[in-house]
Design a protein. Structure first.
Length: 198
C-alpha cells in the first residue's frame, strides 16, 4: 500500500485526512493509487534502488533544530521512515515502529520519522504524534537525502533500515502485514551486524 508525497488534490486530501483521524473506522487501502495518473494498481511497479553512494553527506533536521546524518549513529541500527499525516499506510505503520523502538532501543535501534508531507501537512503532525503515541525522534529530511533514497519515486511510506555501519540493509516502499514481517527480519539482521573499525 502506497501513497504519493504531498500531491493530493485538496478534496482527496481532506477526505483522507478525516479518515486518518479515525483509524479504527478508516477504510483499508488495498492497492496503490498513483495520484498523477489515477491508475489503481493491485501490484505496484518495481521501484529503482536507492542511491546510497554519498548518503553520509545528507541528513535531516530534528524538531529540536539539531541537524543529523547517519554518521551520528555509528554503532546504532537506524530506521528512517518517510511519512505524512494524509497517508493511511504511513499511519498504519507507525504503531509498529513505536513498538520496535520500545523493544530494541536497548539493543541500539533508533527509529527516526521524517515528515515529507510538505508545509500544508506540517500543522497536523503534532496531533498525530499524540494520537499515535510517537516517542521516537521526528524531523524533516534534506531534499538531497530524499532524492538519493527515493531515486525518482514519490511514493510513501518509504522505510530504510541501516546497519551499525550506516550500510543500507533493506528498504520498503509500502506497508502491510507482509512488509511488517520483512521489516522485522531486516531489523533483526541489522541488529546482528558488527561495528566495523574502518
Amino acid at each position: 500500500m502506497k501513497f504519493i508525497i504531498h500531491k493530493l488534490p485538496a478534496l482527496v486530501f481532506f477526505s483522507v485526512f478525516l479518515a486518518a483521524c479515525q483509524p479504527s473506522s478508516a477504510p483499508k487501502i488495498v492497492s496503490s493509487v498513483n495520484m498523477q495518473t489515477g491508475i489503481n494498481r493491485a501490484l505496484p511497479p518495481a521501484q529503482p534502488p536507492p542511491n546510497t553512494a554519498n548518503i553520509e553527506k545528507f541528513g535531516w533536521k530534528l524538531q529540536s533544530g539539531t541537524k543529523q546524518t547517519l554518521a551520528d549513529y555509528k554503532g546504532k541500527v537506524v530506521v528512517l521512515d518517510f511519512w505524512a499525516t494524509y497517508c493511511p499506510p504511513c499511519l498504519e505503520e507507525i504503531p509498529h515502529l513505536v513498538s520496535l523502538q520500545d523493544k530494541f532501543k536497548g539493543d541500539g535501534l533508533r527509529v527516526i520519522g521524517l515528515h515529507v508531507g510538505g508545509p500544508d501537512d506540517r500543522p497536523f503532525v503534532a496531533d498525530f504524534v499524540t494520537k499515535l503515541k510517537i516517542q521516537y525522534d521526528l524531523g524533516e529530511p534534506e531534499a538531497e537525502l530524499v532524492d538519493a533514497l527515493f531515486n525518482g519515486t514519490d511514493v510513501i511510506p518509504q522505510t530504510f533500515i541501516f546497519d551499525r555501519n550506516g550500510k543500507l540493509v533493506e528498504n520498503f516502499s509500502s506497508y502491510d502485514a507482509a512488509v511488517r514481517e520483512e521489516l522485522d527480519r531486516a531489523v533483526q539482521r541489522a541488529l546482528a551486524s558488527a561495528v566495523s573499525n574502518k
